[in-house]
Design a protein around this ligand. Structure first.
Ligand code: 9YT
Length: 141
């Protein structure tokens, strides 16, 4: 069993700040923890917009505080996000994530797991996992 608090990882390698200041990711569970997924708390700053397109990962995102919206760039649909809203990026969905009037606190799970200090590339993606093909096969992608 592993028990870890946000306080313990705050200010360490497991806390990643977006270069543009739009978000902070606190990576509570990483690849090295051998869970098969990674588990993060992400703060999305109010009033920001971030282009995201996880080409190699599936992400589940559950909002526990604040407000914002997600725009699906394939369909043009805009969905409000608030405490109790989940979205699942199960089709490598390209989207815009917007912070609303109060910072959003999001609980996020990634498969394949994030390894460490991944940052979005110019397309809004993270690099593939070293065993990407195994993870794709496991979810019959
Ligand atoms: C919701 C989202 O994907 N935000 C970007 C940061 C990401 N959640 C992370 O690396 O924790």
């Amino acid at each position: 069993m592993l028990v870890r608090t946000l306080q313990e990882i705050s200010g360490t390698e497991r806390e990643v700040h977006a270069e543009n200041g739009n978000w902070i990711s606190r990576r509570l569970v990483l690849d090295e923890d051998k869970a098969g997924f990674s588990f993060h708390e992400t703060l999305i700053k109010a009033g920001t917009q971030t282009h995201i397109w996880y080409k190699h990962h599936i992400e589940a995102v559950y909002c526990v505080a604040g407000d914002g919206e997600i725009e699906d760039l394939k369909t043009g649909q805009i969905h409000p996000i608030r405490d109790g809203t989940l979205y699942l990026l199960n089709d490598h969905d390209e989207h815009l994530l917007r912070g609303g009037s109060a910072d959003m606190r999001l609980i996020c799970a990634f498969t394949p797991p994030i390894i460490g200090r991944e940052m979005h590339d110019e397309d809004g993606a993270y690099s593939p996992h070293p065993h990407q093909a195994d993870y794709d096969k496991a979810r019959r992608a």
